[in-house]
Ligand binder design. Sequence first.
Ligand code: SF4
Length: 235
Amino acid sequence: MTPHINEIYLSVSGEGITAGVPTIFIRIAGCSLRCGATSDGRRLWCDTPYGLSPKAGTQLTIKEMQTTILELNPPAGAQVLITGGEPLEGSNRTLTQNLSNLYPKICLNPRHPFPRIETNGAEPLDNLKFMNFTMDYKLPGSGMEQHMHLDNFRILAQRNNPLDELKFVVRDKTDYNRTLELYKEYQFSLWTLYSPVADELDPKELAEWLKSSPIPGARLSLQIHKVLWGNQKGV
Ligand code: SF4
């Protein structure tokens, strides 16, 4: 199926190592995970539930997407961020690669030479070019850990790209402890973002845990866009 594009808009990056950077968001529709919705009845926490269906939004050609990106670009050029849904799932993967192949024409800010791909950890990150990754790893509290592609830890280490980052959304102390186990096993050296599940884990509690973290790249990551605009779409 030809992928659908849910939305394209200019805003500022809400989290991670590029938090606050002017960013053009391209949201590709469709994701087969359901983060937070565990078998014991806890709630879905996905903040883009409108993007989960692969039919959300409209079909656009690469040329149309390029034109929109160039129209939105600010004078200094923006970071281009491809997100979802899941931009590497099924036929979305080819679209994401085709769009990233255009990098010199759409990534006009030299500090952000390639599109940033926000990916959910379930899709393999090998055989992809001209991308920086923000890879989520879904912890036990998400109910989705069984879908994680563990070889991505090796692939990210091999890439050795300082613009790649790893992200953990933490629901509780069990989740936090799991990140320490993962570090013991994979010794990742990336920036490692920790975000609390909204309305479930107090960010201050997570900050306290991080004060004694053995992970060199560990950092707290709160969502700037929610502070600025609340839980709205397209901002
Ligand atoms: S992977 Fe992302 S888009 Fe998919 S359900 Fe989880 S949070 Fe939502």
